[in-house]
Every structure is written in C-alpha cells, then in structure tokens.
Design a protein around this ligand. Structure first.
Ligand code: ZN
Length: 179
C-alpha cells in the first residue's frame, strides 16, 4: 500500500512537471529586437502582478516575475548566440543591462556576460536549490534575470559569469543605435 502511494504521488508529480513544461513553449520564442533605445526608467517601477501579466508574455512573466528559468539552448538562446554588436535592455522595463562587448560563450546554453550595467542590476542571495547562489535582478523593475557565478576560470576580465535568461532581454543592434 505504501509503495502504491509513493508511486501514485510520483506519477501525479510527473504529470504536474509535464503540464508545466507543456504550457511554456520556448520552441518558437524570439528575443525582442528593438529599432531604438527604450526610454530609460529613472524611478523604480512598481506594478501589481496583474499589471505585469498584461504587459509581459507568458514566458517573460514566468521568468521575470516568478523567478523561473527558461530551458537551456532554447530558440531564443540560438538567436542570442548569432547576434552581433549591440546593447541588451530589460524586457520588463527597458533598463540598460548588458553590452555585447561583455558577452562570451560559456557553453551553458544561456546568455552569458562577464559584466553588466551595475546601476541597473542588483544582486541577492538565493538559497532555492539548498545552497547559496547569487541572484541577478533588475534594479528598476525588480525582475528576476538569472544568477552570477564567480571563479569558474572562463578566462574573462572579471572571472564572473552573469547567466541570464534570454526572455528577460530586448536587443538593440549597434546599427539601429546610430540611426
Ligand atoms: Zn527591469
């Protein structure tokens, strides 16, 4: 009876995970590419969960507002990997976050940078996985962006890896900024 119960609970849990994965489709998701620099927020942006749900797509809401994680090597990551020079802004509020000059290939399947625009980035301790990680959030809208890891010997100038979810970013190519 006990093993039956464990099996039943296990099956129910798997169905939940499956349903969650199915609901969030990243297969065709594309990063927003903007023609011009978004208006930079000066004050912190405070919205209700309902207001955020109205302005973000489902995947953005899940990552930015629910501290979710997009799957690695997603379509959006493949798009990111091919992008040339430009600047990355928060897809929630438009704050400038990262430059392509600090982008590097970490092999993780998520956008990686070795530095960011620190006035728009805040770092918080995160113990969700049972050990300490440093969470990266947008300093203007408080959206979850990813995590930062240090001392992994990637041989970059800061020895840091800002591991960022692609859905949190909007890209302005360098050519667009010159227009
Ligand atoms: Zn933001």
């Amino acid at each position: 009876m006990k093993s039956f119960l464990i099996l039943a609970i296990g099956a129910a849990f798997s169905i939940c995970i499956f349903a969650q994965t199915q609901r969030l489709s990243y297969t065709d998701l594309q990063m927003k590419v903007l023609k011009e620099v978004p208006t930079q927020p000066t004050d912190p942006i405070v919205k209700t969960s309902e207001d955020w749900a109205n302005v973000l797509n489902e995947q953005e809401f899940y990552v930015l507002r629910k501290s979710g994680t997009e799957p690695p090597h997603s379509a959006i990551y493949k798009q990111f990997a091919k992008q040339g020079e430009g600047v990355y802004y928060c897809s929630g509020c438009g704050a400038e976050l990262f430059s392509s000059t600090t982008k590097f290939d970490s092999g993780s399947g998520w956008p990686s940078f070795y530095d960011g625009v620190m006035k728009n980035i805040k770092l918080d301790e995160d113990h969700h996985l049972g050990y300490k990680r440093v969470e990266v959030r947008c300093n203007k809208c408080d959206g979850h962006l990813g995590h930062v890891f240090e001392g992994e010997s990637f041989n970059n100038p800061t020895d840091k890896r800002y591991c960022i979810n692609g859905v949190c970013l909007s890209f302005v190519p360098a050519e667009a900024e010159k227009d």
